[in-house]
Each structure stands twice: as structure tokens, then as C-alpha cells.
Ligand binder design. Structure first.
Ligand SMILES: Cc1cc2nc3c(=O)[nH]c(=O)nc-3n(C[C@H](O)[C@H](O)[C@H](O)COP(=O)(O)OP(=O)(O)OC[C@H]3O[C@@H](n4cnc5c(N)ncnc54)[C@H](O)[C@@H]3O)c2cc1C
Length: 551
């Protein structure tokens, strides 16, 4: 009945609906929490719209460590409930909800003391495993000694390591996963549009009855009607509360987290590595052919849309990683840097409107308006359910319970069967097995959509960049099915070429514009503008690196 395709025609229909229909729920913000809320609400049978100012996951949700995890550090804070909840979500995602997108990843926790540390960390990891409950897709932790550690991770300094413990978590391409939740919500009937900036709220007396928004593409104002509005704008929340004249029960501070991306050859290890640092932990995470290393945790007050790493951030990450690595990571080998902002919520004392858990908040300051902020990427589904449970009270009718625990994302259906048929599919389309595996792990059963494009034009089967697995059909598919509208959307978020390619994708920006331009109805000028905007973004992201290399 509904389609999951997000593209220019769908957007036009969505904008028309936004201006003419009344919704039960309007969601502001297309990060993981916003799209999670839209999916939760629409799958309860509600009439839902979601508007995002830029692109899906263009805020924090494309800049995380990309781990779906219980959070080992919460064990040290005795927050077992939070860890159990996150491990339950990890199990759901890795087994049934989106096994095509969320993959197990093993980590070594290196030990530098003989007895005390092994007992302490071992007990922690035993508890971490126990909190999974009875459904266990991922293996349990294991104590390792000298020879095995050297075989798994030759880059770990054997002279200071007394042992290691291997444990499992999971990882995800966060921006892709967020977009796939949006597509799933659209598949169930949500009206979704990116490039729509909410500037104000509509009111009837005290009650909020929708929002006033600005369409960046048509440059027109839209008045949206909704019985209840749910704001999921992460680090923008304080600013918007102020603009809307609302007094929420919490405030949101920002903390910056930076990651660097290293080539695969920089670290010789089959497993990821987790290190305890003086302030938090540092992850060395295998990422396809590269390594993502981070993160930092520093207070931030600058531009929310464009958090930039400093050369001190990058130096800190190198220093921490190099404590245990031999050979050491070198600044000149870094291929990418990205920074994100954690929305840290703090409850206002005595607030009657806020339900604050350790990590996230849902707030209901006036009738018709609910907001959600904070939390972890991993637990987005639970937070979304909490927000919708609170919002539906304003609908003054019986509303179905959340069903997202039982609802797979699009592409999950048939994934395990297709995994067994990789060779046959590769032969049928005359593609390497590795390409089919790559597609399966990005699209699941929706891989058919990409293969169809290749059937119509075999040139689209070629790789965009020889060293990276992305094929040209994926670039086109990003605009025909995944709602991308710019070179930046394609190279930063639909693919991760901006931090995986040694030149950040600068050399293919023109070609990407040439592939997507006709589908988006672009003129030559539109193409140039989109390419230049992308080049500016990557120049900003590389500033820290240039500074470091010149210092
Ligand atoms: C460095 C770092 C590492 C992390 N690592 C992990 C991890 O490994 N695992 C984990 O579980 N969690 C992790 N997190 C936490 C996780 O990334 C965040 O909790 C999550 O992404 C927040 O999502 P969100 O939807 O609340 O915010 P966002 O993703 O920022 O979404 C908010 C959206 O609102 C939109 N918006 C703002 N104003 C408006 C407006 N006026 N109109 C319309 N739209 C608007 C923005 O454009 C944005 O897209 C990490 C966070 C950071 C910073």
C-alpha cells in the first residue's frame, strides 16, 4: 500500500500532505531518535509526519562510534538496568530487526597487570555477558594469553601486555541505519520530508497544534497541523525550546567526540581493541578495510551544525592509542577525521514535566508538545516508545501499544536466505561474490533495487573508486530510493566515502554529481553548487589534520 522509496517525487507528495492534512503526530528531527519515534508511532496505526531540517542523520547520528553496545563503562557506575536494556536491544538488532546492518564485532581488552586487573575486568565482562539474558547471538568473553594475543593482534605491544580478554559487541553504519528506519517508517505510511526546517510552533491557546516550517528547496513556508508534536532535535533542543518560548524540565549540554580513521595497514589485528583512558575509554574499531579510532569527550559551545576537530583532539587520540601499539600510529597516515556532539541532558530540579532516566529524557511542558533528548544510539527504540507513550495521552483516545520490538526494518526480510545464495546471485548478475556480500550488508533483501539498476545499465556495476567496494548503482540508488539530494548526502552519509577514501572523495565529487544530477533535475549550476558545498565540508573536516601536520 505504501512505498519505502524516498526520492524527489515522494518528497513533493510529502510536502503537499504536510501543508494540507492534519496528523496525529508530527516529529521534528531526522536523527535516530526522530525516525525511531516516527516508526513507533506509525506502526501503532497513527497518522504521522516527520520533518528534518537537513538530511537524515546529518547531526549526531552519523558521527557516533557506530557501536551497538551495552556500554561497559556503565557497569562501573553500577547502572545494570541500562546495560541490560542496551544488551537486549543489541540482541534484537543483530538477530532479527536488522541483521543486514548490525554486525558482531570482537574486542580485545588488553591487561597490563597480572592478577588484580584480570580479576576485576574478567568479573565485569562475566557480568556483561550475564546481563544478556537467555537470548545470546554473540559469543561469551574469553581470557587469552601471550601467544594467542600475539596471533590475533600482532600490533599490541607484547612487552607491556600481560594478557587480554576477548568480548563481543556489535557495530553499525549509523547514518545508513537511521535512513533505513526512516524508509521503514515510510513503508508503514509515515509522511517524511528532509530539507524542512521548523521555525515555530502553531498554538491554540496554550495547546500546540503543529508547527510552522520552511521548505529549503521550494523556499516556501508550510503550516503543519498535528494533534501532538514530538521534538527530537538532540543538541538543538535548548535553542529550539527558547525559540518556541517553552520552559522544559531539562537542559542539554554539548560534549564533543572526535574519531580518526586509519588505513587497514596501520594496525595489524583481527579484533578491535578497547583501552581504558584517564577520562573514559578509547576504541580501535575495525571498519571494512580501515580502522576507526576514538573518541574524545570535551565540553563544546560552538556551531552545532559543524563541529570541528582540533589538532589537540587528534593528538590525544594518537597518544592514547600509541600507548599499546607497535608500530605507532602516525598523523600523516590518517585518512579521515570526524567530530560529533553528544546531547547530555540534565534534569532541572523540581521539574514536574520531566521523566529523566540516567541517559535520556522525555518532557511534556505544554499540551500537544513532547520532547525527547539524550540517550545512546543503541537504545533509540526504547526511547522512541517512551516518547510516543507520553505523547498519545494528548490524543485522548485509546492508542495501540508499541510493536517495534517485533518489527524488522526493511531489508531484514529474507536476509539469512540470501546470505546462503551469494554465489548464485553473483553468477546471475555476473558480479564478484564480494560485491554481492557488500550489497547484502548494506541493503539486505533490498539489494534487488540496486541490482535492477544494473540490469538497466551495466556500467553502473563498476566501482566508483577502485579501492572501495561501492559501485556506481549505489550512488544512483541513493537518490532514487534513499532520499539523498546532494553530493554531500551521498558521500558523507549514504556511503562513507568522505572518511574512507584517502582524498575524502574529492576526486569523485564531479562524477557523483553527474550520476545523481539528471535524477534530481539539476542544471549545470546546481551541479557545481552541490560539488562546491561538499568540497567545503571536507576541507573543514580536514582542518585539524592539516594543522597537526604543519605544527
Ligand atoms: C562521538 C560520539 C560517539 C557516540 N558513540 C555511540 C556509540 O558507539 N553507541 C551508542 O549507542 N551511542 C553513541 N553515541 C550517542 C548517539 O550517537 C546519540 O545519542 C544519537 O545519535 C542522538 O540522536 P538524536 O536523534 O537525538 O540527535 P541527532 O542525530 O543530532 O538528530 C537531531 C536532528 O534534528 C534536526 N533538527 C534540528 N533542528 C531542527 C529544526 N528546527 N527543524 C527540523 N529538524 C531539526 C537536526 O538536523 C538533526 O538531524 C555517540 C555520540 C557521540 C557524539
Amino acid at each position: 500500500m505504501f512505498t519505502s522509496k524516498l526520492n524527489t517525487e515522494q518528497r513533493e507528495r510529502a510536502v503537499n500532505s504536510l501543508a494540507t492534512e492534519e496528523f496525529d503526530v508530527l516529529v521534528i528531527g531526522g536523527g535516530v531518535n526522530g525516525v525511531g519515534v516516527a516508526l513507533d508511532a506509525v506502526s501503532r496505526g497513527l497518522k504521522v509526519a516527520l520533518v528534518e531540517a537537513h538530511d537524515f542523520a546529518s547531526g549526531t547520528s552519523s558521527r557516533s562510534s557506530k557501536l551497538i553496545h551495552g556500554g561497559l563503562r556503565y557497569l562501573e557506575q553500577y547502572d545494570f538496568k541500562l546495560v541490560r536494556e542496551a544488551l537486549h536491544e543489541r540482541e534484537l538488532m543483530v538477530s532479527t530487526q536488522c541483521p543486514h546492518l548490525v554486525k558482531p564485532v570482537s574486542f580485545l581488552y588488553p591487561l597490563t597487570e597480572k592478577v588484580k586487573e584480570r580479576t576485576y575486568v574478567g568479573a565485569g565482562l562475566a557480568l556483561y555477558d550475564a546481563l544478556r539474558g537467555f537470548n545470546r547471538s554473540l559469543p561469551s568473553h574469553k581470557h587469552l594469553t601471550g601467544k594467542t594475543i600475539a596471533q590475533i593482534s600482532p600490533s599490541l605491544r607484547q612487552d607491556i601486555i600481560t594478557g587480554a580478554i576477548r568480548y563481543f559487541d556489535a557495530q553499525v553504519d549509523d547514518a545508513r541505519h537511521t535512513m533505513m528506519i526512516a524508509r521503514t517508517a515510510a513503508r508503514h505510511g509515515a509522511v517524511i520530508a528532509t530539507g524542512i526546517h521548523v521555525d515555530g510552533l502553531r498554538r491554540n491557546g496554550k495547546k500546540v497544534i503543529g508547527a510552522v516550517a520552511f521548505d529549503r528547496i521550494t523556499q516556501k513556508k508550510i503550516e503543519i497541523s498535528a494533534k501532538v508534536t514530538i521534538m527530537c532535535t538532540g543538541v538543538w533542543s535548548d535553542k529550539l525550546h527558547e525559540k518556541f518560548g517553552l520552559t522544559p524540565g531539562y537542559s542539554v549540554a554539548m560534549s564533543k567526540g572526535v574519531h580518526i580513521v586509519m588505513p587497514g595497514s596501520a594496525i595489524e589485528s583481527k579484533d578491535g581493541i578497547i583501552l581504558k583512558t584517564p577520562v573514559s575509554v578509547l576504541f580501535l574499531i575495525p571498519w571494512g578495510g580501515q580502522w576507526i579510532v576514538g573518541t574524545t569527550d570535551t565540553p563544546y559551545e560552538g556551531d552545532r551544525s559543524n563541529p570541528i576537530a582540533t589538532h589537540e583532539d587528534v593528538q590525544y587520540i594518537l597518544d592514547q592509542a600509541n600507548r599499546v601499539l607497535e608500530p605507532k600510529l602516525k598523523a600523516e597516515d590518517i585518512i579521515g577525521v570526524f567530530a560529533g556532539l553528544r546531547p547530555l541532558v540534565a534534569n532541572k530540579t523540581g521539574s514536574a514535566t520531566t521523566k529523566l532516566s540516567r541517559e535520556h529524557t522525555v518532557d511534556h511542558p505544554v499540551p500537544g508538545f513532547v520532547s525527547l533528548a539524550g540517550g545512546k544510539y543503541t537504545t533509540y527504540r526504547v526511547m522512541a516508545k517512551d516518547a510516543v507513550d507520553l505523547a498519545v495521552l494528548d490524543l485522548r483516545r485509546l492508542v495501540n501499544e508499541s510493536v517495534t520490538e517485533k518489527l524488522p526494518l526493511i531489508g531484514a526480510d529474507g536476509y539469512y536466505a540470501l546470505q546462503q545464495q551469494t554465489t548464485e546471485i553473483a553468477e546471475q548478475y555476473d558480479l564478484p561474490d564480494a560485491t554481492i556480500t557488500h550489497l547484502l550488508n548494506r541493503y539486505g533483501s533490498l539489494m534487488e533495487e540496486v541490482l535492477e539498476l544494473i540490469s538497466s545499465d551495466s556500467a553502473l556495476a563498476q566501482r566508483l573508486i577502485p579501492d572501495l567496494p561501492y559501485i556506481k548503482a549505489e550512488i544512483l540508488h541513493a537518490v532514487t530510493h534513499e532520499g539523498a539530494v546532494s553530493v554531500e548526502d551521498v558521500l558523507l552519509r549514504r556511503t562513507r566515502i568522505s572518511f574512507e577514501a584517502s582524498d575524502s572523495g574529492a576526486s569523485v565529487a564531479e562524477e557523483v554529481a553527474a550520476i545523481i544530477g539528471p535524477e534530481l533535475g539539476w542544471s549545470g549550476r546546481d551541479r557545481r553548487v552541490s560539488v562546491e558545498a561538499f568540497l567545503e565540508v571536507i576541507a573543514d573536516e580536514e582542518k585539524a589534520l592539516v594543522e597537526l601536520l604543519n605544527s
